[in-house]
Design a protein around this ligand. Structure first.
Ligand SMILES: [Zn+2]
Length: 301
């Protein structure tokens, strides 16, 4: 998972104007209906047969995230061709759920800072697989509250990867123990939050947690809220690991490759994966490679 730098400067003008004009009746559903001078919608998450292009708002979010899903970091949008027509699929995610009363009172559903762009999270994939256990990212999260926040550099710096494609924050025994440890923290520290339908959700705010509790909450969100260790995602990450491992090994096995050259090679590779390409795109799941490279560098020292 990459850090997302939510800069207000990136906010499209129409969004600012919309929020200023309609102080009372501002909401995301209304925002999605807005059209520009040429009659095109600013917000269009999913391409259709007639309108395959993605809306201006989603494009802005895509640029900000280097065309990666905020959570799994897979490439978005996905393009599919059906009968020679191009479809694109993405979702706009609200980190703080839109259906919460707090969001309603504070207009968080149209707040640029609260919005990311995500993949379809395994929803209705080509195999017709709609099994919820296979859902991930925003699709798994739904309207839940979450502690792990891609806008927080300190959260992102805690994330690690393994050669078999696991993403994790700390080594835990098993899922049942993780869940019970999380529940204990939730029972003592979570803030009850009301949804618009009257139901209650629980928000475990990072600022109220000790470092150890934060690690548990982040691990819980990885495994449960976002379901980021599905077989599909793990296989994709493992492939990235294997790629960079063989590239580094090939280079390091060359005779007379000096320690200083090794360091330079690692640095230039890290830099390569840590900046977007000419089209503004990061390599999907590039953090796996960056993590691997940083670890190799540490071992060189
Ligand atoms: Zn995703």
């Amino acid at each position: 998972m990459r850090h997302i730098d939510k800069m207000n400067d990136n906010q499209p003008n129409f969004l600012l104007e919309f929020r200023m004009q309609s102080e009372i009746n501002v909401n995301y559903e209304e925002l999605r209906k807005l059209i520009d001078n040429s009659g095109e919608k600013y917000c269009r998450c999913e391409g259709t047969k007639l309108n395959p292009e993605i809306g201006e708002f989603q494009t802005q979010l895509l640029k900000e995230q280097g065309y990666l899903c905020a959570y799994c970091n897979d490439r978005i949008p996905e393009f599919k061709k059906v009968k020679s027509k191009k479809y694109c699929k993405t979702k706009v995610e609200h980190w703080h759920p839109q259906s919460s009363k707090f969001s309603d009172n504070n207009q968080l559903d149209t707040d640029y800072q609260n919005m990311f762009i995500c993949c379809m999270g395994g929803e209705s994939n080509s195999l017709g697989d709609n099994n919820q256990e296979n859902h991930y990212c925003d699709t798994a999260k739904g309207e839940s509250f979450i502690t792990l926040d891609p806008r927080e550099r300190n959260h992102i710096n805690k994330l690690k990867y393994t050669n078999n494609g696991q993403i994790y924050c700390f080594d835990y025994d098993d899922k049942a123990t993780l869940k019970s440890e999380y529940d204990k923290i939730k029972n003592s520290k979570a803030t009850p939050m009301q949804y618009k339908n009257g139901e209650i959700g629980y928000f475990l705010k990072a600022e109220y947690l000790t470092e150890e509790e934060l690690n548990i909450a982040i691990q819980y969100d990885i495994e449960f809220t976002l379901n980021l260790n599905t077989t599909k995602l793990k296989n994709q990450r493992a492939a990235k690991w294997k790629d960079i491992e063989s590239e580094v090994s090939y280079k390091f096995n060359k005779p007379h490759f000096l320690s200083e050259q090794k360091k330079q090679f690692i640095d230039s590779k890290t830099q390569f994966f840590d900046v977007p390409n000419q089209e503004g795109k990061y390599e999907p799941m590039c953090m796996v490679k960056i993590f691997y490279l940083r670890r190799r560098k540490k071992n060189l020292n």
